[in-house]
Design a protein around this ligand. Structure first.
Ligand code: HEM
Length: 239
């Protein structure tokens, strides 16, 4: 039965690709929602608390934290399985294109450069993202922060203003890059490029990157207390 082995390896590889790509898409979609929901802070503490209350009312916060943490771990394990072998290959391609550039002005291989930064931002997200989800888990499952279990604007603002804004800035940059480049690479890999030109995919990648960075940075600036919430009027003024 030895002749079956390559087919088994190939179908296992396909399954792993589907798991790492599928979990990546789900996490990407979650991050769009996350960025939009965090932006409720632009309407002040009342805006954020209103959103948090809706989550609490429908008992959504506990299952969301558990499902996202599991998805996060599954994605980290399956997406990193090929890193050592591929890193070597990508480094060789980059070195070759750099040598060519030195010789005749050739551009370094952009996709290899993006892939290497995809791995670097993934490592940062693994550390800071795990810390963040555990912190949010403590907030949702225990009364450690604030006066009760569950998310509250007061605890979020206190944490940010005590200095957590700094790791969140790093996490926001890494997540925006990793999501935009990751979805672009999946679209190319899974053949969306056959229907849309590479140029349109690049435009979509830039729209995702800059909107996540822009909205994330504005939200963080409000959470850190550096500017007052610009949409506070929606909930009857500050706070
Ligand atoms: C498990 C579900 C999650 C919930 C309920 C949640 C909730 C929150 C909350 C309440 C904040 C405000 C800061 C704080 O209170 O400490 C925040 C900020 C942030 N979270 Fe999450 N989070 C979740 C998962 C994630 C994941 C998986 C990532 C990416 C790895 C992430 C990335 C960020 C970033 C970058 C910020 C900074 C502010 C921003 O850019 O919006 N979060 N999150």
């Amino acid at each position: 039965m030895k002749f079956l082995k390559p087919t088994n390896d190939a179908s296992r590889e396909l399954l792993y690709e589907l798991i790492s790509g599928g979990s990546g898409i789900l996490l990407g979609l979650f991050m769009f929602g996350h960025t939009a929901l965090m932006a409720s802070m632009l309407a002040g503490a009342r805006g954020f608390d209103w959103v948090a209350e809706q989550f609490g009312r429908f008992h959504l916060d506990e299952p969301v934290v558990i499902v996202i943490f599991l998805l996060f771990l599954v994605h980290a394990v399956f997406a990193s399985r090929k890193i050592p072998a591929k890193l070597e290959e990508r480094r060789r391609i980059l070195k070759l294109s750099r040598d060519l550039r030195a010789a005749n002005g050739f551009q370094p291989h952009l996709d290899s450069l993006l892939w290497i930064w995809q791995v670097r931002t993934g490592m940062v997200i693994l550390v800071l993202g795990s810390f963040h989800i555990i912190l949010i888990g403590l907030d949702v499952f225990t009364p450690l922060f604030g006066e009760r279990r569950g998310l509250e604007a007061q605890s979020t603002l206190e944490r940010e203003q005590a200095g957590l804004w700094l790791p969140y800035v790093v996490l926001t940059i890494c997540v925006a890059f990793h999501t935009a480049v990751g979805l672009y690479r999946l679209a190319v890999k899974w053949g969306v490029g056959a229907r849309l030109s590479r140029r349109s995919l690049k435009v979509a990648e830039h729209v995702i990157l800059w909107s996540m960075l822009g909205l994330g940075a504005l939200t963080l600036t409000v959470m850190a207390g550096w500017i007052s919430p610009p949409l506070a009027g929606l909930f009857g003024g500050a706070p």
